[in-house]
Design a protein around this ligand. Structure first.
Ligand SMILES: [Zn+2]
Length: 500
């Protein structure tokens, strides 16, 4: 092993922890407008991780992530690659210009994307206005296109420089999966999700006469809107507190600060310090959709809150797809039939049916974006046309430029995370019947098997211990088909006219 890698000592870990904590506090202050400017701790953190010896060890192949996922060196390997991407001057310039265009677009239409773009596509009864928003987004996308292409090429070049085939392969490695495993899950999920999505779109088309891309989100959301008042923001924490009590969580699960804030992302979790300072920021809107987003954030919160590791390296969930899996494990409680009927009585069953329809859309959206993102990094260098061709195939979806540029493969993490979360739920359902999801042993099960170890144990081993997952590509494909086969139940379940 190269000298550079051998540098990792307790001292390195302590410095990293101190700088990370300070940086997280700076980011939190900035997000809540209690402070301004950049984070000096963030710059020092980047400088610490930018040591050329580490990168040359990666480039020479002397240091690989595989085989050492749970060792500190395996964790630092990923951290250093991600820091390298973040600090690349050319990539930073491209992202800065792209984010400038996105910011100008958002300011041109009001306070932010959430309220003025997504919110309109979800809720505006005026079809012309929805169409207008969609078309403005498409014009923004056209302006972003050269920058997106430049971003793809730059990321691919960085990946090749580090010994990967392309950025898609680098990112699969960051997740702790091979490209073949990733493709197996995505392709198998597609065989179940795409027909369900096509059936749902066909049904809506039959009702509304036509179905334009700007109708899709609206059609998903509309049947759920009459129930929005049940999912009031005020009611959110009492239900969460009751549920966590019943599921066996102690008081630590309820020491949670939720801060309403108007922002372009749906919701974010800020972890200042593990385990004692964690905040959740969110848009203050009513509705099951928002509750489910917040249950996802609460999943991140619980993971950090019950992390029992002293070593800095093990306090953070290392793999982004497993990180989202842990959030989705908690998110899935919010759509559960028993959970819905306990808290919303007889309305629960109807809400559940409509929510399953929303799942079809959500999975279709995640899947299209996940596959698109993997495909576009495989286009030959400089082939912007390749990007457009891939993009064309997923015309009906909203292109998530925010995420594509700033949080690569977010939708792949969501879909893979959902797959593993559903595998875990299948075990909990079998193990804790008949009281699932209210069995008081559930908290202990999650803390012991997942939360407490943090990254001190490889995530695949954790998932493998409690589920019958088989990790070869064929086994993953078989299980992904099973898991997603029931997606959405029957698309005919909800019979209301959804389009006007
Ligand atoms: Zn998340």
């Amino acid at each position: 092993m190269d000298d550079g890698v051998a540098q990792f000592s307790g001292e390195f870990s302590r410095r990293l922890k101190a700088l990370r904590d300070e940086h997280n506090r700076d980011v939190w202050r900035r997000a809540t407008a209690r402070g301004g400017g950049g984070s000096r701790a963030g710059q020092r953190l980047q400088a610490l991780l930018s040591d050329g010896r580490y990168l040359s060890a990666i480039r020479s192949g002397a240091w690989r992530a595989d085989g050492g996922a749970e060792s500190r060196q395996g964790l630092y390997y990923r951290l250093i690659i991600r820091n390298h991407l973040k600090t690349d001057p050319e990539l930073s310039r491209i992202l800065q210009r792209a984010n400038g265009l996105i910011g100008a677009f958002e300011r041109g239409h009001g306070r932010d994307t959430h309220k003025n773009t997504l919110h309109c596509l979800l809720n505006d009864d005026d079809r012309k206005r929805r169409q207008g928003v969609w078309q403005r987004r498409e014009r923004l996308e056209e302006r972003l296109h050269p920058l997106v292409t430049a971003c793809i090429d730059r990321r691919n070049r960085i990946a090749r420089d580090l010994g990967y085939e392309d950025f898609a392969e680098l990112w699969a490695d960051i997740c702790g999966l091979s490209g073949a495993q990733t493709d197996a899950i995505l392709n198998a999920a597609a065989t179940a999700i795409e027909p369900a999505y096509a059936r749902l779109a066909e049904k809506w088309r039959g009702q509304g006469g036509s179905l334009a891309p700007w109708d899709m989100l609206y059609a998903v959301n509309r049947p759920l809107r009459p129930f929005d008042r049940l999912f009031s923001f005020r009611n959110l924490m009492p239900v969460y507190n009751d549920f966590t009590r019943r599921a066996g969580f102690d008081g630590r699960a309820r020491r949670l600060a939720v801060h309403p804030l108007d922002m372009p992302y749906n919701a974010l979790t800020f972890i200042e310090r593990v385990p004692d300072r964690i905040h959740v920021l969110c848009n203050q809107t009513d509705g099951l959709r928002v509750w489910k987003i917040l249950y996802h954030e609460f999943g991140h919160f619980l993971c950090a809150r019950y992390n029992a590791q002293d070593d800095y390296a093990y306090q953070w969930e290392d793999s982004p797809c497993y990180h989202e899996c842990m959030a989705q494990v908690f998110n899935l409680f919010a759509g559960n039939g028993r959970w819905l009927s306990r808290y919303f009585g007889t309305a629960g069953a109807k809400i559940g049916e409509y929510d399953k329809q929303a799942d079809i859309y959500r999975y279709g959206d995640w899947l299209a974006n996940a596959k698109m993102e993997r495909d576009i990094y495989r286009c030959p260098e400089g082939e912007g046309i390749g990007f457009l061709r891939v993009r064309q195939r997923v015309r009906n979806y909203t292109f998530p430029y925010h995420y594509f540029l700033n949080a690569p493969f977010h939708f792949m993490h969501m879909l893979l995370g959902e797959f593993f979360a559903k595998l875990i739920h299948r075990e909990m359902q079998a193990g804790f019947a008949p009281s699932y999801p209210f069995a008081p042993e559930m908290a202990g099960f999650l803390i012991e098997n997942f939360y407490a170890a943090g990254s001190a144990e490889d995530w695949k081993r954790k998932v493998g211990r409690v589920t019958a997952v088989s990790w070869d590509a064929a086994g993953l494909a078989r299980q992904a088909r099973q898991i997603f086969e029931g997606t959405g139940g029957t698309a005919d379940a909800a019979d209301d006219r959804v389009l006007v």
